[in-house]
Ligand binder design. Sequence first.
Ligand SMILES: [Zn+2]
Ligand SMILES: [Zn+2]
Length: 135
Amino acid sequence: MPNPRAYCSYCGRLSKRCACHEAGSNLQRFLERGGRSYAPCIRDAPYKRGVPPQVKSAERRHLQKKYKIWYAALAESNGECCANCGETKDLVLDHVLPIAKGGSSRLDNLQLLCTTCNRIKGKLAIDCRRATHRE
Ligand SMILES: [Zn+2]
Ligand SMILES: [Zn+2]
């Protein structure tokens, strides 16, 4: 029986309201760039919502302060390429769990993405790092 309190791990919506599985959704476009196919990913609690603006700006400031160090650490451990599509140009640090969903600026919540993947990902929570580590 489907769990009525099941939330999509990507967008954070209740599963029944989630459109991630639909063709052409941002999640599908993102996964296609990485040559991955969609598999539902469920969590039993919603993400944080309404993160206060002062928390968001503090997280962004903290990221800027550590940007170069963390960028170098990720490039060193995972290679200097997009964790999703493998692109090696125009890379940015991306929050796996976006700040708006309660994610924080810490190395273990960051991955390198190209600007295109980063833009498509938007506020979705997508962890590309495990796939990278498997290879
Ligand atoms: Zn979803
Ligand atoms: Zn990419």
